[in-house]
Design a protein around this ligand. Structure first.
Ligand code: ZN
Length: 255
């Protein structure tokens, strides 16, 4: 049986085991080919479970050690623990290396935060709604409250997502994200092709939110992979009109 390895995952410059799952290397049929990790997108559940198992094994854990939430595009943060699965939320934190924290995405922005000094990590899911809700800042606050993290010690990786030039939105979306005073107006600009529409740079908005939370600008790395453009490597909800798979971004505390 084919197995995934860590080198199959896109990774940022973080000193812990982490990554964004590839599109290839799984067992799902079209249009979820092939490493679809989403159970609620119409794929064969047995294929999804096998795919998830491959991801967990690449990080040296069993499926039972993967911590996941029911993502609701909000700003609620939970600590990984038995029983956390199935709760609503969009960010997980842990300092326990027995857990592999996972967030699901296919255009939305996955964010990994690491406090290497204290051995604490976070996995965060942020689409435009999560950005508007301030989920990245909420995760920084949760790391501080729960583990005593100093935001100035954090390192961040903003993983593959739909990038601003490909992300057309309406004015109500722009207004919602810009309502956060820490988000600069320049994260959105008028769509060059359709009057009344806009383009929105969600990773840029989240970077500004992290910096306002005290994360050092030089400690924030941003993937240049656009899920909408990289059809060979990425599922994209937009590009594939909803008929597509889901990636996981995962991280494990160093222990
Ligand atoms: Zn693109």
């Amino acid at each position: 049986m084919a197995e995934l390895t860590l080198t199959d995952f896109e990774r940022g410059p973080l000193p812990v085991a982490h990554g964004f799952s590839p599109r290839a290397g799984g067992v799902s049929a079209r249009p979820w080919h092939s490493l679809n990790l989403g159970l609620s997108v119409g794929d064969d559940p047995a294929a999804v479970v096998e795919n998830r198992r491959r991801v967990a094994r690449a990080f040296g854990v069993e499926l039972e050690s993967v911590a996941r939430l029911d993502q609701v595009h909000g700003a609620e943060v939970h600590e990984a623990a038995p029983g956390v699965m199935g709760r609503d939320g969009d960010a997980l934190i842990s300092d326990d290396p027995r857990w592999l924290l996972a967030v699901s995405a296919a255009d939305c922005l996955p964010i990994i935060l690491v406090d290497a000094r204290l051995g604490a990590v976070a996995a965060v899911h942020a689409g435009w709604r999560g950005a508007a809700a301030g989920v990245a800042a909420a995760a920084v606050r949760a790391l501080s409250r729960r583990y005593g993290s100093d935001p100035a010690d954090l390192q961040a990786w903003l993983g593959p997502a739909i990038q601003g030039p490909c992300y057309q939105v309406g004015p109500e979306v722009v207004a919602a994200v810009r309502a956060d005073p820490t988000v600069p107006a320049a994260v959105a600009w008028p769509d060059p092709t359709v009057a009344g529409r806009w383009r929105l740079d969600v990773p840029g908005a989240v970077r500004a939110q992290l910096e306002a939370s005290g994360v050092v600008p030089a400690a924030i790395a941003v993937s240049d992979t656009c899920t909408h453009c990289a059809a060979d490597r990425c599922f994209s909800h937009r590009r594939d009109a909803g008929r597509t798979g889901r990636h996981w971004a995962v991280v494990r505390a160093p222990g």
